[in-house]
Ligand binder design. Sequence first.
Ligand code: GLU
Length: 304
Amino acid sequence: MDYQKIIDDLHLKYKSKTIKGEVASYIPELKKIDSNKFGINLYTLSDENFGAGDYQEKISIQSISKVFALTLALKHVGESIWKRMGVEPSGDPFNSLVQLEFEKGIPRNPFINSGALVICDILISKLKNPKIELLKFVRKLVNTKDIFFNEKIVASEKEYGYTNAAHVNLMKSFGNIENDIDVVLDFYYHLCSIEMTCEELSKSFLIFANDGILPHSKERIISLSISKRINATMQLCGLYDEAGHFAFKVGLPGKSGVGGGIVAVHPDLYCISVWSPKLNKKGNSAIGFKVLESFTTITESSIF
Ligand code: GLU
């Protein structure tokens, strides 16, 4: 399969298409992004790497990082985390507070904001220095030292984080947050602010395509069972309230972020990342979704 040609063709095709969408505007720092940016990268398990457009530019990965946090929590704490959250799609926007009150402070899944905040609380209780451990973990997956938090994004998230603060407070009132609220929020905002390129993103997700083993070093990072759980959670909850549609059209586990990135995993074959900042009504990259749909159609690759 000529992956480079497929990716180049898709880049060319979608670069000139007018697809409706809006750059995330809930914080000023994200609003500044050039809406015409567009990159695609594919990393195979045989260590081949194909890219087009802005695939080597650092992007705000936002909610994609929730996958790294969940992975760390499962690795260090294990299955007991599921006592504090579920694994069901929420059917609501990622920052909705509605369900949380009905369901007594137990988030539907680890990829909506409330679930990720509980994961942050779990990691704060377990790890000595969660921010450093988090960066160390992501850097190891990519085999680079060049992955950092963007402190301007952290500050912007903090300044406008009223809804996230409401989530933590509500969960604390139900006894589902152990640590100080400001400490949990600070870690959560750092989690949201990680910057990576599409190339780094694809590479970092290869463990989920490879049963938990890092392809470049052959080191086992997580168990087969954790890898399975994470792919299942991505499939069900990885694309906000559009995960069903993504399974239907793309047919791969994936995770998106409001920075306009989407990563998808084909177990045993590859990971693919797309970045295009204009978001559709559900908060997913409008072009990213279309590119992934076209890619799995052209390559006839899907888990179904
Ligand atoms: N930083 C966002 C927030 O907490 C989450 C972004 C996302 O879903 O990508 O509101």
